[in-house]
Design a protein around this ligand. Structure first.
Ligand SMILES: *Cc1c(COP(=O)(O)O)cnc(C)c1O
Length: 490
């Protein structure tokens, strides 16, 4: 840190250009957000000038507060426009099967899902133990919502080949206390679209809400369908779908902090709101979880949609579709690798059938070559896999991916699978989450070479350890690992 004093609050203020230089220096350690070689976390359309536009729009509204739509009508207007655009794209609005659709702009997919669960829960105040039914391929944010809102989670297995839940299993999981049934369009992990029409039908037959989590695919599936892809019905055109979430900070290519939660009608949305007048301060009514919220992300999303337009999104979807096909071909060309699912959206997900080819080592070898993929642990009979979220910016890189993958595979085979020390493997298999102390985890982290900071280059040993551990222990290890990373930088 600098001589002005260490950390975020120096004794004397630092000139603006220096501050920006410091941030840029910190950013140098990050994974590259642009350039089409990072297959998770970021969504890059590779459109020249779009970042500058979004940043300028963000700056215009950064200090505007979404707390009160009457004080800042600009924000209300942009939110209503975003909701209308999302609704229209997803089968709602005037002249459709869902003419009364309404919605809210939230801070992200997790918030959208939590609010969908809250609305469903609070619509049934008669229940003391409300429950939700979620396929295991559903996003972890449903479990988070269940946890935060004290709603019981009833998981439904997925077929190991199709990676989809069966509607019959969903129907069997519905109980008198069930307030919501979830389906994904598509699932994040595998990019597979659930049988939404059938799931919505069993939910409707039971008189239960059905939420379609289109956080990931809500802004790609409609364009892919227009381009001729066989996308099954998943939106408000399907009877029984009561709410849909779509993240604008994913495939709408808006900067982080914007998702939309749609309800088929205002009555379904009403229990999502929280109002409070039983205190001496301002009257409070919050449609979403946050109270004070920045107008920046909303203005940036509005600018992004206006600038790209339908023609822009169609063009970007075509590029993405072609990139997906090219990446899938590259995977098929490698003996020992297998696509876990045939790509039907914008995900490529593969596994290894070769015991000598350790996926976690492969992920590290791809990282070493500048390709950042996302490892997924083995779960409930499904093998470990590698996930690629594909965006339009990947298209110009596809030709380079095949050779890089082949090279990385050769390196991973040469290195061989991760050999966890026997005692570590035994520990992972036998340790109970309760027995895990911070000291034990610090020792584990040191033993795995994690030291004080994140070792982003070589994570195979960490992933192998997590992979060997049962689910609850995985969770505890993750909490303790991140707890180690999050400490004040004195
Ligand atoms: C990303 C995602 C979420 C969670 O969204 P965040 O914006 O990360 O909170 C939920 N569901 C699906 C299918 C997703 O892809």
């Amino acid at each position: 840190m600098t001589e002005e004093g260490a950390g975020a609050l120096p004794v004397e203020g630092v000139p603006a250009p220096r501050v920006l230089d410091e941030i840029r220096a910190l950013r140098a350690a990050d994974r590259p957000t642009h350039g089409g070689r990072l297959f998770a976390y970021v969504y890059d359309p590779g459109v020249a000038g779009l970042d500058e536009l979004a940043q300028a729009a963000y700056a215009e509204s950064a200090h505007v507060n979404g707390l009160d739509p009457t004080a800042f009508p600009s924000l209300l207007a942009m939110e209503n426009a975003l909701v209308a655009a999302a609704a229209r794209l997803l089968g709602g609005g005037p002249g459709t099967a869902a003419p009364a659709v309404v919605g809210s702009v939230t801070g992200g997919g997790t918030e959208s899902l939590m609010l969908a669960v809250k609305a469903a829960r609070d619509a049934r105040p008669d229940l003391t133990e409300p429950r939700i039914v979620v396929p295991v391929s559903g996003h972890a944010a449903f479990a988070k919502a269940a946890h935060y809102l004290r709603v019981a989670l009833d998981p439904v297995p997925v077929d190991p080949v199709t990676l989809r839940p069966s509607p019959a299993d969903v129907a069997a999981a519905i109980r008198p206390e069930t307030v919501l049934v979830a389906a994904s369009a598509p699932s994040y992990a595998h990019g597979v679209v659930d049988p939404v029409a059938e799931i919505a039908a069993v939910a409707a037959a039971a008189g239960v809400r059905c939420h379609v989590d289109a956080c990931f695919g809500g802004w790609t599936l409609p364009w892919l369908r227009r381009l001729g892809a066989p996308v099954p019905p998943f939106d408000f055109a399907v009877d029984g779908v009561t709410s849909i979430s779509v993240d604008l900070h994913k495939y709408a290519y808006a900067p982080k902090g914007v998702s939309v939660l749609l309800h088929r009608d205002p009555a379904l949305r009403a229990p999502q709101y929280f109002a409070y007048a039983d205190w001496p301060g301002y009257t409070m009514v919050n449609p979403v979880i946050a109270s004070t919220r920045s107008g920046g992300p909303i203005a940036a999303a509005y600018a992004t949609l206006r600038h790209l337009g339908e023609d822009g999104y169609l063009r970007l979807a075509a590029l993405t579709r072609d990139a997906v096909a090219g990446l899938a071909d590259a995977v098929r060309a490698v003996a020992g690798l297998r696509l876990l699912a045939e790509p039907e959206s914008t995900v490529v997900c593969f596994t290894s059938d070769d015991p000598g080819l350790d996926l976690f080592v492969l992920v590290d070898d791809l990282t070493a070559r500048g390709w950042h993929t996302q490892p997924q642990l083995a779960y409930a009979g499904l093998p470990a896999s590698v996930h690629l979220t594909v965006t339009a910016a990947v298209a110009p890189r596809v030709a380079e991916f095949g050779p890089a993958l082949a090279e990385a595979v050769a390196a991973a085979r040469a290195a061989g699978p991760v050999e966890l020390p026997a005692e570590l493997r035994a520990l992972a298999g036998s340790l109970t989450p309760e027995a895990l102390t911070p000291e034990l985890v610090a020792g584990l982290a040191a033993g795995l070479g994690l030291g004080a900071g994140p070792a982003t280059e070589r994570m195979a040993a960490v992933n192998a350890l997590l992979d060997a551990a049962p689910v609850r222990l995985r969770e505890r290890l993750l909490v303790e690992f991140v707890g180690l990373l999050q400490h004040p930088s004195w």
